[in-house]
Design a protein around this ligand. Structure first.
Ligand SMILES: NC(=O)c1ccc[n+]([C@@H]2O[C@H](COP(=O)([O-])OP(=O)(O)OC[C@H]3O[C@@H](n4cnc5c(N)ncnc54)[C@H](O)[C@@H]3O)[C@@H](O)[C@H]2O)c1
Length: 421
């Protein structure tokens, strides 16, 4: 099937979608400041941009900011379960964004939608997980040369893109938005931390207090999730493969152990590693009856569902977003949201207030790429420090928080070496 124009669930949902977009905008003051400036300065005028992002109300606000800056947009989903159909309808029908995204789309449709977004012939890409860039490089050899640069939103995408750059196959520069301090310190930690709990609770309605809550991975997401689960009274256990991160978890007051051991006692398991088969056959064999398994890492690769399916005598849906796998000995394991990002599948993704900063970085990086078109190398760049600082400055201003500035004397002192005790 070749998809043209737009492919969303139902255009009649547009008015409801607009309400959601407006609601999110109230918590996105930084993006709003950028949008007003973009409308005046038109930094993206004449640029075709294709984005592959979670199609949420926050993403819609980013699209409207890019559009205000003059960009001609297409958008597809970066996950089959994260689309808000009403928002997609509003973008497609009210705002003229070529939108290709339907919540619950199957794998084939997911990739058809990526192809449709690429049929837009972008000069810039905006990705979350690097599927768009990967398809473009694998199947559209002739078209890649049209792209002057791109951005990437998440840890997993940055890892994939660095692998492409290391192997010499990346054909255009990418700015790793995830690497901005104003992105991962807030989005990954506070955004995913809160929304992952939200997704688990909405899907199951379990009480977290007193539960053994096992978190695989103590990176930015794992740290945020651990502190929030602790705040709910859960007994948090961390598993890691990195000794420094594991040590940090111990000193933050969490028990750290191997997953083989944690599997025996955990009530709720959440993977946030960006890795593969972190919960595997041997762990399923050891888990307690009723254990809950969720993933908030980017891909649905962290829970080995194929192995679990092999081990199960029956599988049934017991609630929306909850699949019960019954094992031979009668134990039941509950997998949430098919092992896909629980915070987007069962809740609404990150609160707008953190996406405000992530997407402010996206918008300013798109402007940076347009300004530096043709001058950047084919590699993965960090977000320029001045963009990171500008996003933090605008966010603080929007919160009414003032900070001190260095005096001339302090500047001199901090850049000198002569003065000691
Ligand atoms: N759900 C969301 O909305 C959302 C938001 C941001 C990031 N993410 C995704 O979450 C994942 C983690 O992101 P991050 O920023 O915390 O990354 P990170 O690199 O900071 O942390 C990942 C951690 O997992 C550990 N790890 C790797 N393999 C492991 C294994 N087998 N067992 C235990 N630990 C293991 C690593 O040592 C590392 O400390 C990525 O896939 C990222 O794309 C999701």
């Amino acid at each position: 099937m070749k998809v043209q124009g737009a492919d969303v669930k139902d255009m009649k949902l547009a008015a409801a979608g607009q309400d959601l977009i407006d609601w999110a905008a109230r918590e996105m003051p930084v993006l709003n400041v950028i949008r007003l400036r973009f409308a005046k300065e038109q930094p993206l005028k004449g640029h075709r941009l294709s984005a592959c992002l979670h199609v949420t109300s926050e993403t819609a606000n980013l699209m409207l900011t890019l559009q205000a800056g003059g960009a001609d947009l297409s958008l597809c989903a970066s996950n089959p379960l994260s689309t808000n159909d009403a928002v997609a309808a509003a973008l497609a029908s009210t705002h003229g964004v070529k939108t290709f995204a339907i919540r619950g789309e199957d794998n084939d449709t997911y990739y058809q939608h990526i192809e449709a977004a690429l049929d837009h012939h972008p000069a810039m890409t905006m990705d979350d997980g690097a599927d768009l860039v990967s398809v473009l490089h694998k199947t559209r050899e002739a078209q890649v040369g049209e792209v002057v640069g791109g951005t990437e939103e998440t840890t997993t995408g940055v890892i994939r893109l660095r692998a492409m750059a290391d192997r010499g196959v990346l054909r255009y520069p990418i700015i790793a938005v995830n690497e901005a301090d104003t992105k991962h310190m807030f989005d990954n930690r506070y955004g995913t931390g809160q929304s992952t709990i939200d997704g688990i609770v909405r899907a199951t309605n379990v009480l977290l207090a007193g539960k053994k809550f096992v978190i695989a991975g103590y990176g930015w997401v794992g740290r945020g999730l651990a502190s929030r689960a602790k705040g709910h009274g859960a007994d948090v256990i961390v598993t890691e493969v990195d000794s420094v991160k594991a040590l940090e978890a111990v000193m933050d007051g969490f028990r750290v152990m191997k997953m083989d051991e944690a599997a025996r006692s955990g009530d709720i398991f959440v993977t946030v590693t960006g890795d593969v088969n972190v919960l595997d056959r041997a762990h399923f064999a050891a888990m307690k009856d009723g254990a809950i398994l969720a993933n908030s890492g980017h891909f649905n690769s962290e829970i080995n569902l194929k192995a679990l399916d092999d081990m199960a005598t029956s599988v049934r849906q017991v609630r929306p977003n909850v699949q019960e796998y019954r094992l031979q000995d009668g134990r039941r394991l509950h997998v949430l949201a098919e092992g896909r990002l629980i915070n987007l599948a069962a809740a609404e993704g990150h609160p707008a207030a953190v996406m405000d900063m992530s997407f402010a970085n996206q918008a300013l990086c798109a402007e940076y790429i347009a300004k530096h078109a043709g001058k950047l190398e084919r590699r993965v760049y960090d977000v320029p420090d001045e963009i990171d600082a500008e996003v933090a400055r605008l966010k603080l201003a929007s919160m009414g928080v003032a900070i001190d500035t260095l005096t001339e004397e302090q500047k001199r002192y901090l850049t000198s070496w002569e003065e000691g005790t």
